[in-house]
Design a protein around this ligand. Structure first.
Ligand SMILES: CC(=O)N[C@H](C=O)[C@@H](O)[C@H](O)[C@H](O)COP(=O)(O)O
Ligand SMILES: C=C(OP(=O)(O)O)C(=O)O
Length: 354
């Protein structure tokens, strides 16, 4: 399988492709379709050359598939709860398929990709029939092997987050999806809201890149602020929650980014990405002014006549006018014969030799 995959028509991720940035709305819409639309709009960050956020993402659950009855009925009391039980809370936050369609249409109107994580096997079908470009498998399902295998039958790329797992499970996930011939990407993730910096371990990303060298690797962050996510920029995919207000009720707002922080993140990622550039070390056009002013040249250490074979003591290195043979040629001109007379302190030109 190639190191790059086509996540959406014409949008490749991996290797030297720009980082694919996902604004995770998740359940930060508070169960309100209008807030969801405002978040989609806020997620769309425009840049100087191209659309800078690539995608907005939601979460899709079919509650009786995702939870057993006892889990739905367990009390969920606290500042982030939207119901007396966990089931009521989750129901409050769950959009219907029709509402999903409306959000998808809205995203399409304003020209931002739309997708969701499938949080159970039935939701894989829901997303498939909605026609999302890729399916996200969140950390809650990374060890859900029947679902991974089922999602892989949908012939859509998969983005799989790996929070709450150890390396051996992640390896099994990789081999399982490979055996299904899936096009997929793995995201390092720590499922703590917020994640303390000392537990982020961005070096896991390098480990993934080594171990899973033929697939794109990314990062789904839940830490506070944007610095750590910017540091993860050399990734195929970057996902962060977005919110309209960090103080709102809900488990994820605290570690989400406001629209302006999200915008700043995207701009910083794009700037760092631009700055990473390519690995070819060469003279840059922007260096010319400094080179013209301070670049060093070979100059004659003494008066010399044509026919003189140059020795080290005959050459000095100086900032000189006119610019002559560049200083890095020093070793190459030792032993060469001058074709003209040069005066002490005069620039030696590259054309001064036989
Ligand atoms: C692992 C996973 O699914 N994590 C998701 C993605 O990051 C979260 O958005 C959870 O849905 C959220 O934190 C749950 O909060 P509550 O339990 O208050 O509904
Ligand atoms: C749980 C999710 O993501 P992550 O594990 O990347 O936080 C999700 O996308 O629904």
């Amino acid at each position: 399988m190639p190191k790059i995959i086509e996540l959406a028509p014409g949008r490749w991720i991996g290797e030297s492709q720009p980082c694919f940035i996902i604004a995770e709305v998740g359940q930060n819409h508070q169960g309100d379709l209008e807030i969801a639309k405002r978040l989609i709009k806020a997620a769309k960050v425009r840049g100087w050359t191209y659309l800078m956020t690539n995608c907005v993402k939601f979460q899709k659950s079919c509650l009786h598939e995702k939870f057993n009855n006892a889990a739905l009925q367990r009390p969920y009391i606290g500042p982030n709860s939207w119901g007396g039980t966990y089931g009521e809370h989750k129901k409050y936050l769950e959009f219907s398929e029709l509402q999903f369609k409306e959000l998808q249409d809205y995203a399409s109107q304003i020209n931002i990709l739309f997708s969701a994580s499938a949080m159970d096997i039935v939701s894989v079908d829901v997303l498939d029939s909605l026609g999302v470009p890729f399916i996200k498998i969140g950390s809650g399902d990374v060890n859900n092997f029947p679902m991974l295998q089922y999602a892989a039958t949908k012939s859509k790329p998969l983005i799989v987050s790996t929070g709450m797992q150890d390396m051996s499970t992640v390896e099994t996930v990789y081999h399982t999806l490979k055996a299904c011939n899936a096009n997929f990407c793995l995201l390092h993730c720590v499922s703590a809201y917020p994640t303390p910096p000392q537990e982020v371990n961005l070096n896991v990303i390098s480990k993934y890149k080594q171990e899973f060298s033929d697939i794109p690797i990314g990062y789904s962050g839940h830490e506070l602020g944007i610095t750590i996510s910017v540091a993860a920029v050399a990734m195929g995919v970057l996902e962060r929650h977005i919110t309209l207000d960090k103080t709102w009720k809900g488990s994820d707002h605290v570690c989400s980014l406001t629209p302006s922080e999200f915008q700043e993140l995207v701009h910083q990622v794009r700037t760092v990405e631009t700055a990473l550039g390519n690995p070819i070390k060469c003279f840059q056009p922007s260096e010319k002014a400094c080179y013209d002013k301070l670049g060093k040249t070979l100059v004659a250490a003494r008066d010399m006549l044509a026919g003189k074979c140059l020795q080290e003591k005959d050459i000095k290195v100086k900032v000189a006018e006119p610019k002559g043979c560049p200083a890095e040629k020093y070793q190459q001109v030792i032993g060469r014969t001058l074709v003209r007379n040069v005066r002490q302190d005069e620039s030696i030109m590259c054309s001064d030799f036989v």
